[in-house]
Design a protein around this ligand. Structure first.
Ligand code: FRU
Length: 507
């Protein structure tokens, strides 16, 4: 039995790797070493947080923190890209540049369908609500400001009445604004980073804001609170609707540096109340490299919320070894939640299926890994693997992905330690002492041992246990020719079945 399944597996992988041709980017501007092939990155220069994610007139807009003048943080402006499928992005000129000593920090964009702001000239328009970061003679001042676009986000004009919210504070940032269809007004969640509070405001016209309530301090308060996002998760099947409040934490996240926690509960139009059920607090991402994720405004009613984050960490973002760009975004993911015997949890499903190319069934897996390594067969990113390990009898099982004999990452379940983990301590370039890490998430034994893994040229994104664990980690492998092994390597069978897809480059 072991032999049969081993043979089956080797045959399967051998066919698979032999027939995989290098999947190169079509566009030479996006074909440098480590250039992501299924994740957005700007053609050149620095990016951090995604901003103003919005769907409007058939286009998804991705604005992003951007330095138009170099590959380090500075001159923060809003870069801009559009897509019709959330995957293939077309970069446009800078949307909102820094001006008059004010940098344009993180914020959101709403579709003002009924011209509540009076800023639209014909029908609806896009309004950006962002933090202005100004160096004044008395020090830094962060305020909330508006800009309006009448031409599908291409050109933006500053609202002459800016700022619309000013608490005379140095730290008051990252407004997340959405329309509350029940109360019929706009709601803003904005951060008071040093106080570990998310403050809620309401407004009828985006210009005048009324304070509603504060959430926090609670949960993890070991660093600044940034980039809040209040997400309504509509009811589906038997699950009733719920609200998620996502809060960035930097530094001091348990994985080191920047990380993001979520709270599940209810927003009653004024305040957010965290649920008392188990699992109402968790980490949006248990890896090191997914920060300041926000959700899309303006999505069609029947579409699940979509979340997308910056794939880096402030500990070493300035040292990412890529040129002529620095920074990339996570894959978009559909957001929902699970409520099971173990309690509540946010659920994330990466949107990647439209990029799938050749497909390989992996069934009856069992392997002596040494047989696979050194066989000369390699696989080039980007690719996606989906595996279901069934009811494992082995304590530790998962994948090893080698970029040469000395360098690999491990993505695995450790049932002894009750952890799911990605270990990149042997992955290659250690760009900073904070880089070689083993990121981990608590396992719930009653949830399935499934794994979806998206491997790009400089990252791995893992989703496990019915999407309740998301783990995103940058990796800078020593070569693009990867070899995959399933372990344990003592030739004991591990039950698993799955598929592998080559992914098509988005460029
Ligand atoms: C988070 C952050 C935000 C701020 C932006 C500035 O990564 O610090 O709080 O608005 O980056 O670029």
């Amino acid at each position: 039995m072991v032999k049969t399944s081993l043979r089956l597996f080797i045959r399967c992988i051998a066919t698979l790797v032999l027939s995989v041709l290098p999947v190169a980017a079509q566009n030479p501007d996006y074909d440098q070493p480590y250039r992501p092939q299924v994740h957005f990155s700007p053609e050149e220069h620095w990016t951090n947080d995604p901003n103003g994610l919005v769907f409007y007139q058939g286009e998804y807009h991705l604005f992003f923190q951007y330095n138009p003048f170099g590959d380090q943080w500075g001159h923060m402006s809003w870069g801009h890209a559009v897509s019709t499928d959330l995957l293939h992005w077309h970069e446009l000129p800078v949307a909102i540049p820094e001006h008059d000593n004010t940098m344009i920090f993180t914020g959101s964009v709403v579709v003002d369908r009924q011209n509540t702001s009076g800023l639209c000239t014909h029908g609806d328009c896009l309004v950006a609500i962002y933090t202005g970061h100004t160096q004044t003679s008395e020090g830094i001042r962060q305020t909330q400001n508006l800009a309006v676009s009448l031409d599908k986000g291409r050109n933006w004009a500053q609202y002459p009445g800016n700022p619309v919210l000013d608490l005379h504070l140095a730290d008051f940032r990252d407004p997340s604004v959405s329309w509350d269809p029940i109360a019929h007004h706009w709601v803003m969640a904005v951060s008071l980073p040093k106080e570990h509070k998310i403050r809620f405001y309401s407004s009828a016209d985006l210009k005048q804001w009324t304070q509603l309530s504060d959430f926090g301090p609670t949960g993890d308060v070991n660093g600044d609170w940034e980039c809040p996002d209040l997400i309504h998760i509509p009811s589906s099947n038997s699950a009733k609707s719920i609200w998620a409040l996502k809060v960035g934490l930097n530094p001091g996240a348990p994985q080191g540096g920047s990380g993001e926690q979520y709270f599940l509960g209810d927003f009653d139009g004024k305040s957010f109340h965290q649920s008392r059920l188990r699992g109402s607090q968790g980490w949006t991402n248990y890896g090191k490299d997914d920060y300041c994720a926000i959700s899309f405004n303006g999505l069609p009613k029947d579409q699940k919320p979509v979340l997308l984050g910056w794939m880096s960490n402030w500990q070493y973002a300035a040292k990412i070894p890529t040129t002529p760009w620095r920074g990339q975004m996570s894959l978009p993911r559909h957001i929902s939640y699970v409520s099971d015997a173990a309690g509540l949890a946010l659920k994330q499903e990466p949107i990647v299926a439209p990029l799938r190319g050749k497909n390989y069934e992996i069934s009856a897996l069992s392997t002596n890994t040494s047989t696979l390594y050194g066989s000369g067969h390699t696989l080039q990113p980007p690719f996606e693997i989906r595996l279901n390990f069934g009811h494992p009898v082995e304590p530790i099982f998962g994948l090893k992905i080698f970029s040469d004999q000395q360098h690999w990452i491990e993505v695995a379940f450790d049932t002894n330690k009750k952890e799911f983990y990605i270990d990149r301590t042997h992955s290659g370039a250690a760009i900073s002492p904070d880089f070689p890490t083993r990121t981990k998430a608590p396992l719930v034994t009653t949830r399935p041992y499934d794994l979806t893994l998206i491997v790009d040229r400089s990252s791995v994104e893992a989703f496990a246990q019915d999407g309740t664990i998301a783990m995103t980690d940058l990796v800078f492998p020593v070569s693009n020719n990867l070899q995959i092994q399933i372990f344990p390597d003592d030739a004991k069978p591990i039950q698993s079945e799955g598929q592998l897809w080559e992914l098509k480059s988005i460029w």
